[in-house]
Design a protein around this ligand. Structure first.
Ligand code: SF4
Ligand code: SF4
Length: 205
């Protein structure tokens, strides 16, 4: 199953999605994990809507859980602040003793994406919250070339097109795969007005 289809199944709930990622990792157990951080991305990714930042680091490890924890520290966040790291520990993923060979710089003021509220409270209101609180994809029509990558890839079939593209925000699950695949940087995740207010009230950074 492709990544967007997993998003469709589990994408509304961060904890479910984090558990899914950890389970996939545990099932596949890659022998080596390589992280290319020579030119990293910060800010509101994915894809071209983030901002490239030169970090100049490549990390390799036989244990992705250990590497994720080390990289979190390198970027200045406590490893347990990252949901997949926490979930991995809860799921019994072992990091073993972590030993670092080589130099790992401390990256100052790395900008993470804003965390918009996803869903909380009774399940019955989650659909409403997703539609009104969560950042949604928008298109800059002056950049869009109608290449079709986004609507081909969208797991919810939420994108239609005529002379420009249109989103069905009732169907859209906010997985942002379209932003990730757009080769022309025409798409961005944009916060809704109600989402902005909710973030302030809930004090979500
Ligand atoms: S992938 Fe980007 S350029 Fe292509 S149709 Fe979608 S928004 Fe337009
Ligand atoms: S429109 Fe974009 S964000 Fe919404 S479901 Fe489709 S791929 Fe995901």
């Amino acid at each position: 199953m492709k990544k967007p289809e997993w998003h469709l199944r589990a994408g509304e709930d961060r904890e479910v999605f984090a558990t899914l990622l950890v389970k996939i990792y545990q099932a596949l157990k890659p022998a080596v994990n390589i992280y290319d951080g020579i030119l990293a991305m910060e800010g509101q990714g994915p894809g071209k809507s983030g901002v490239p930042r030169e970090v100049g680091v490549i990390v390799g490890s036989g244990n992705a859980m250990a590497a994720d924890r080390v990289i979190s520290e390198m970027l200045g966040v406590g490893p347990d602040m990252v949901l997949t790291n926490r979930t991995a520990l809860e799921q019994g993923a072992e990091t073993g003793e972590i030993r670092i060979d080589g130099d790992l710089p401390r990256v100052e003021n790395f900008r993470f994406p804003e965390m918009a509220p996803m869903a909380f409270g009774p399940k019955i209101v989650h659909g409403f919250m997703r539609r009104h609180l969560v950042q949604r994809p928008e298109c800059d029509n002056s950049e869009c070339r109608l290449c079709g990558e986004c609507w081909e890839y969208c797991p919810a079939k939420a994108i239609t097109h005529d002379k420009k593209i249109h989103f069905n925000y009732d169907k859209c699950i906010r997985c942002y795969c379209c932003i990730e695949v757009c080769p022309h940087a025409a798409l961005r995740a944009v916060e809704t007005m109600t989402g902005k207010v909710a973030r302030k009230v809930l004090k979500i950074k």
